[in-house]
Design a binder for this molecule. Structure first.
Ligand SMILES: Nc1ncnc2c1ncn2[C@@H]1O[C@H](COP(=O)(O)OP(=O)(O)OP(=O)(O)O)[C@@H](O)[C@H]1O
Length: 278
């Protein structure tokens, strides 16, 4: 079995008759930083929930030869599929090392966890180096910066040897420097793993995406490279409407971080898709 690709085919999710995801297909491979974008309510998080077993879905989500849909959440985790949430879920009162110990301990018997506390487990050491948190071993997670908390969450997935990392808005609320560091981190970890990023931050997407899928109202509107998606008339039509270039120009002053009510405004998404910087 090769676990080097995640192939989602004809994914459907309904909530009491409301179609949140209506036949979405995309794939993601090790060696690329894959992005899923779209305005609020497009169905991005629901896709991740379906892949990780949190939400019931039909269709298919295959990791290599293995079908993920229909499996229980913990079994999907054991297959190497990890995710982060929009709000970092680390233990604030524990140190960085203690958080990582707990993450690593899930896969090891108790005696092994005790041994790891005397020295640092090699998998933890690697994850610390990869995420740049080596100097923060003894820092309580609660006083880490917002960016460092997200990196700790990613480090927790790395020590669990996740083959697939599904990251829900990893740079929301981060400073520009933290965003750049996060993008570089994602490029490093994506060399050998499948990395799928859900994002509102179009500037971040433009800088770090290898390929992009644009969702709109639960369906795939467009997919391809950043350049292909930006040039796609369907994206322009849906996001620009009839206002065209005038709207783009008018929106060029809008910040590229799309959150809150602005994020659901098609014009805003369109303007930022086309590369205006902060
Ligand atoms: N548990 C649920 N019950 C009912 N409707 C839901 C549920 N979860 C999501 N939805 C609806 O499904 C649609 C897709 O939601 P989803 O959170 O996947 O969008 P999104 O693209 O991730 O948006 P955002 O960028 O705001 O996080 C929305 O209309 C949302 O209100």
């Amino acid at each position: 079995m090769t676990g080097d690709s995640l192939v989602v085919t004809d994914l459907h999710v309904e909530f009491s008759g409301f179609v949140a995801v209506g036949g979405v297909s995309f794939d993601a491979h090790a060696g690329e930083v894959r992005f899923l974008i779209g305005p609020n309510g497009a169905g991005k998080t629901t896709c991740i929930d379906a892949i990780t077993g949190l939400t019931k879905a039909t269709g298919s989500a295959r990791l290599g030869e293995t079908e993920l849909l229909g499996r229980q959440v913990h079994k999907i985790v054991r297959l190497g599929v990890g995710r982060t949430f929009q709000t970092a879920s680390v233990f604030d009162e524990l140190t960085v090392l203690q958080n990582l110990d707990i993450a690593a301990g899930r896969h090891r018997p108790a005696f092994s966890l005790l041994r790891a506390r005397r020295g640092i487990d090699p998998s933890i050491e690697r994850a610390l180096e990869e995420t740049g948190l080596t100097g923060e071993l003894a820092t309580p997670a609660g006083i880490l910066s917002h960016g460092q908390k997200q990196w700790l969450e990613i480090a927790m997935l790395l020590v669990q040897d996740a083959k697939v990392l599904l990251l829900d808005e990893p740079v929301a609320g981060m400073s520009q420097d933290e965003r750049t560091a996060t993008g570089e981190l994602l490029q490093r970890i994506a060399a050998k793993r499948i990395v799928l990023v859900v994002e509102h931050d179009m500037d971040f997407m433009r800088r770090f995406a290898t390929r992009v899928t644009v969702l709109h109202q639960g369906k795939v509107l467009s997919q391809g490279t950043v350049a292909e998606v930006q040039a796609d008339p369907k994206v322009q039509e849906v996001y620009l409407g009839t206002a065209g270039a005038a709207t783009t120009a008018a929106m060029s002053v809008v910040p590229t971080v799309l959150d809150g009510p602005l994020a659901s405004s098609p014009g805003v998404v369109a303007a930022t898709l086309h590369g205006e910087e902060d």
